[in-house]
Design a protein around this ligand. Sequence first.
Ligand SMILES: [Zn+2]
Ligand SMILES: [Zn+2]
Ligand SMILES: [Zn+2]
Length: 381
Amino acid sequence: MRPGDNLGAVIRQFLPALLKEKGVSKHQLKVLRALSVCRTPELGGSAMVCGDCGSVHYVLHSCRNRHCPRCQGIDKELWVEARKQELLPVKYFHVVFTVPHQLLELFRFNRKLMYNLLIEKSWETLCLFSNDPKLLGAKPGAIAILHTWDQQLRFHPHVHLIVPAGGIDKNNQWKNSKQDGNFLFDVKQMSAVFSARFAKKLRRLKRQGKIKKQVPRDLIIKPWVVYAKMAFGSAESVVEYLGRYTHRVAISNARILKVTHTHVTFSWCDRKNGYQKKIETITGVTFLKRFLEHIVPPCFRRIRHLGFLSSPNKKQSLLAIRKSLGEKPIQTRPLSRVQVLELRFGQRSLLKCRDCGGELQLLENYPKERAPPVNVLSGIC
Ligand SMILES: [Zn+2]
Ligand SMILES: [Zn+2]
Ligand SMILES: [Zn+2]
């Protein structure tokens, strides 16, 4: 990747051509514009002065948009730190629910509704299996994350669920899933229940006139792909693993290898062929068309905490589970934004002087119209 070959540059270069070819919603345009100016003089910047050596550092402001690959780093770290407080000393599973290709058109025309349906039915399936006394007989918890892409940036809606292997039984005791938490549920059975319930609700929504476009006649020609794997080693690695999924955006800047006047070259990982690294070159406009598919509707919650991990229940449930497992409650407080930045990025942190490591303080903010006075290297937050 050459410096400057990033998503922002691709958008700046090819947005005018895209707008000539394709209608773009107001919301999509807002997101594209935000990403295109992230850490450019157009967004303004700040001057920071070091309390120890007095040197002045300039930083460009970032867009903080949730679709921006540059801006996800710190949010991810903060999120991961907060989740560490909620870790349980149990096994965890990673479950993925996907939908077949013939539904993609319906997803495109009913994004919010279909995304909600996908998350709802994935979770409902997990609850049904968990509540079944023969399979577990306990109330589950999970973190659900909606992704809409495959490695080549094509439209592929799917839900990742990170699931503690067990649940809370009616006596408020923790109960491991089968084989001492080493087995969750049969994926074929989960797939059958998930697809049947999804299809049934979809048809009901269609009858109620809430769905644009036709619902295909044969929705379940072959089993829908549901995947489950015990994903993690130590508790610490659970949250690191989680972070990889939660704050991922459709493409990272590191995967954008080359941008020419007409084309974008990016790398992707071919999971079906032994995780081979491959390279693809497409026109800049095609690239942006693919990227557009992954802009989620305004205010849509891509990450959801469910069951005993949902906010109203979480604190008490986690306390009860820890108690039933003979564990002490976690006493430490979550780290602040400043602490997380320091921990993760050390000297590279915006809050530390690059010359002497001293504390930086805000000297002046430069508004959008008046960029920082020098060509600066951008920082982290
Ligand atoms: Zn200094
Ligand atoms: Zn950004
Ligand atoms: Zn995914």
